[in-house]
Structures are given as structure tokens and as C-alpha cells.
Design a protein. Structure first.
Length: 62
């Protein structure tokens, strides 16, 4: 899996973030949308998607 260092800090609290797998889709193929990014400090998270999609959503700032 991709390194957590590719993720920016949380836009809400500044905490570190990590990739997590939605275990409902544990046995699905790798390209299946089953991942999300979650802040280790405040718990903010992205919707479930593929790793590139959740990385882009998490790192995007308005």
C-alpha cells in the first residue's frame, strides 16, 4: 500500500492521517473502492474509494 507520507496533515486539527481499509470489502480486488483516509487525532475521514482517489480527496484544499 502507499506510504502515509503522501498524505497532508488534517485540514481540521493538523493531525497526521493514515490509510485504512473498509473491512466490509476486505476480499475485493485491489482496484475496488474500499479505502479511506482518517485523521489519527480527530477522526475526520474521506468517503470510501480507491487509494489514489482518497489521497486526492484528502490532500485537496479549498
Amino acid at each position: 500500500m502507499n506510504d502515509d507520507k503522501t498524505l497532508k496533515q488534517c485540514p481540521f486539527c493538523g493531525g497526521d492521517a493514515k490509510y485504512e481499509q473498509d473491512l466490509r470489502f476486505e476480499k475485493a480486488e485491489e482496484s475496488f473502492p474500499k479505502w479511506f483516509v482518517v485523521c489519527k487525532k480527530c477522526g475526520a475521514k474521506t468517503p470510501v474509494a480507491t487509494i489514489p482517489q482518497v489521497r486526492e480527496r484528502w490532500n485537496k484544499r479549498v
